[in-house]
Ligand binder design. Structure first.
Ligand code: AMP
Length: 424
């Protein structure tokens, strides 16, 4: 069976790696892929931002299954196009992906379907947003409506900061794109949890939950990023809470979007805050998270292809997911300057030695392979991931491997998972 994976990051490397282990997969193609993916799949240059480019790859390859990694092709209607051609594709249509592509849509959707979330206001002008600020206590959360690669959320401690953020979003100064709407939201407190479920449009199958570290700096300081590390443990969620999250958050979302004529096939990522008032949805993503996927898939024992096909064929309820018990950790090696500007093209050394650390998988996020050398090509460069019996061991292995890797300007957080170790 030939599978096409769309995307170029650590998430896609992990998906390719997991699919490779399926005996039914005979050929894996990735568009565009990256330096690391090129060592395990045939990579075809294509821009995930260009629908025609992606469709050209599909027309040339005629894959038996296409798996979409990033959100951008979803927002362009890539899945709709494949469905029109009756080609099997794992991922939601443009309409279902609005749960991620518009935060205003997502908030109103949650309200319609009684999915717990923070109190909010959607504002379509700067003045309306400024006027709405008095409805909220400080700190207050201001969010860009559209896709912003994890950079469109600002927690404002002062009214001045909130006003500046609103002005920056509407003028385009903050993100480089002019927002036509912003969401103002009550600031929630608690532990964050990434709860991902597979869905075939009707049924849901939860993946193991993960805890992400979005801030750049140690001790959860500094700007938000696409994610600097993540971990999973057996004890993160008990069976009762998992059932609650399925019954009160995941299933109502899948039922709600189906009732709005946009059945959701793919992976629904619920970013949760476990507050004193109960779990609440901070955001939906309509695809695998990055780097959550890396930490989740290293613990998957079942065949990923079976699960993805179960979603596409509407037979997810016949698929059971089995997981390695224990824990996993993923630490991101980033380019100095990320999430702001950074330089690329630096040679990465020590990868082979690092990969020899037991239990470690090194997924490439922003690398290219040039004349046999891996060079940095992005802000997030590597996702050094380890699975083990315990979180301490997983972290130890991931950091041991990280210590063997070097490139100019390499930066990583040294405290991934430490909160979990402290609270035990
Ligand atoms: P989002 O892209 O909506 O998940 O937001 C990115 C990050 O901002 C989340 O992972 C949280 O750490 C933080 N965040 C978003 N919304 C809220 C909120 N209402 N209260 C507190 N923190 C939030």
């Amino acid at each position: 069976m030939k599978v096409l994976v769309i995307g170029a990051g650590g998430r896609e490397h992990a998906i390719v790696w997991a699919l490779r282990r399926s005996s039914r997969v005979t050929d894996i193609v990735c568009a565009p892929g990256n330096g690391g993916i090129a060592s395990v799949a045939r990579c075809i240059p294509a821009s995930p931002k260009d629908l025609n480019d992606l469709l050209r790859v599909v027309n040339d390859e005629i894959p038996d299954l296409t798996v979409v990694g990033p959100e951008l092709p979803l927002s362009l209607g890539f899945v709709d196009e494949l469905q029109r051609r009756e080609l099997p594709v794992f991922g939601p249509t443009r309409a279902a992906a609005m749960l991620e592509t518009s935060k205003a849509f997502a908030k109103r959707f949650m309200q319609r379907h009684k999915v717990p979330t923070a109190n909010y206001a959607v504002c379509s002008t700067k003045q309306e947003a400024r006027d709405s600020l008095h409805l909220f206590h400080l700190p207050v959360v201001i969010k860009a409506d559209g896709l912003a690669s994890g950079k469109g959320v600002v927690i404002c401690e002062t009214k001045r900061e909130a006003e500046d953020t609103i002005a920056g979003l509407f003028s385009g100064k903050l993100l480089g794109t002019v927002e036509t709407a912003v969401v103002i939201e009550e600031c929630l407190r608690g532990e964050e949890l990434s709860f991902l479920v597979l869905s075939d449009g009707k049924h849901v199958a939860p993946l193991i939950p993960a805890q992400d570290h979005k801030r750049l700096g140690e001790g959860d300081t500094g700007p938000n990023t696409g994610g600097m590390g993540v971990y999973t443990t057996n004890s993160m969620l008990d069976g009762k809470m998992r059932e609650w999250l399925v019954n009160h958050i995941a299933q109502p979302t899948i039922d709600g979007i189906a009732a709005e004529d946009a059945p959701f096939v793919g992976v629904l990522y619920c970013g949760l805050m476990m507050t004193a008032r109960g779990p609440m949805v901070l955001e939906y993503n309509t695809r695998f998270g990055d780097p959550e996927t890396q930490a989740i898939l290293v613990r998957l024992e079942s065949d990923l292809l079976d699960a993805l096909e179960g979603c596409v064929s509407g037979r997810l309820s016949e698929t059971a997911l089995h997981w390695k018990s224990g824990a996993s950790a993923c630490v991101i090696a980033a380019s100095s300057g990320y999430p702001g500007s950074y330089t690329t093209g630096h040679r990465i050394s020590g990868l082979q030695e690092a990969a020899r650390v037991p239990g470690v998988e090194i997924f490439h996020a922003g690398t290219s392979l040039v004349d046999g050398d891996y060079l940095t090509s992005g802000g997030r460069v590597l996702a050094v991931t380890a699975a083990a019996e315990s979180l301490d061991e997983a972290l130890h292995s991931a950091y041991e491997a990280m210590g063997k890797i070097h490139f100019e300007g390499m930066y990583y957080r040294r405290d991934i998972g430490h909160r979990a170790l402290k609270t035990r």
